[in-house]
Design a protein around this ligand. Structure first.
Ligand code: UDP
Ligand code: MN
Length: 245
């Protein structure tokens, strides 16, 4: 049996949320041996996300944890607690599993090609690949020489030990189980350093497995969704029903 691909998706309530999750489900539904861990940034699981997951046709687990108020500001990394909640679930619920697995962090607004999941599934320890539309460039990527990662093509903080976006790597479940304390950090971590801080705990640059044809193909894009324009919202007396959007 091929390994299961586990995707951890942090998500939060906003006007575009259902559209984002619908688009993601339409991609993930086409991926075999896939398990979606959806972690709401909320004190409670919402009915909107619950109903969407129930009908999405993708094997999933619905989790939630609220980001503490003090971390909900500009200059703070996003979704730290949610990604850690996904890791905690995997360690609790998949430690005894005989099935192999690979874990990937899939933000709800990015764009994922189906080819990416073939690459992810073959990751033995930690795999890396290019990410499109990120870091103020068309793409960032690991630089590869003779099949080994030797550095990073990036326009932003090239001093990062692992200069990759969250969408640019995946980790074998076994590596997460062998490093039970590896987590995303709030303390001492700056925005954009979460990936590096995390990867430092579980691997070295020499050990990284370059994917996507030696990191020469973009299979995932760090797209961002425009905030919905709701300037004409009003409590219209003519509208008698509530419609979930
Ligand atoms: N996110 C979250 N809570 C927040 C802000 C963001 O759970 O308060 C999630 C969001 O849904 C996404 C991930 O964290 O899956 C990254 O957020 P975003 O896409 O806004 O970050 P960026 O694109 O700037 O890296
Ligand atoms: Mn994003």
């Amino acid at each position: 049996l091929v390994p299961v691909v586990y995707c951890i998706t942090p998500t939060y309530s906003r006007a575009v949320q259902k559209a984002e999750l619908t688009r993601l489900a339409n991609t993930f539904r086409q991926v075999p041996r896939f398990h979606w861990l959806v972690v709401e940034d909320s004190g409670q699981k919402t009915a909107l996300v619950g109903a969407l997951l129930a009908g999405c046709g993708v094997a999933h687990t619905h989790l939630n944890v609220a980001t503490p108020r003090r971390f909900k500001r500009a200059g703070q990394p996003r979704a730290t607690e949610q990604r850690n909640e996904g890791l905690k679930w995997l360690r609790r619920n998949r430690a005894a599993s005989r099935d192999r697995g690979v874990v990937f962090f899939a933000d709800d607004d990015n764009t994922y090609s189906l080819e990416l999941f073939h690459e992810i599934r073959s990751v033995r320890q930690v795999g890396v690949w290019p990410v499109g539309l990120v870091g103020g460039r068309r793409y960032e990527r690991p630089l590869v020489e003779r099949g080994r990662v030797v550095g990073w093509y990036t326009g932003w903080r090239p001093d990062r030990p692992f200069a990759t976006d969250m969408a640019g790597f995946a980790v074998n479940l076994e590596v997460l189980l062998l490093n039970p304390k590896a987590m995303f950090k709030r303390r001492g971590s700056q925005p954009g350093m979460q990936e590096s801080d995390f990867l430092k705990q579980i691997t070295t640059m020499e050990e990284l497995e370059p994917k996507a044809d030696n990191c020469t193909k973009v299979l995932v894009w760090h797209t961002r969704t425009e905030k919905a324009n709701l300037v004409n919202e009003s409590r219209d007396k003519q509208e008698k029903i509530y419609i979930e959007v």
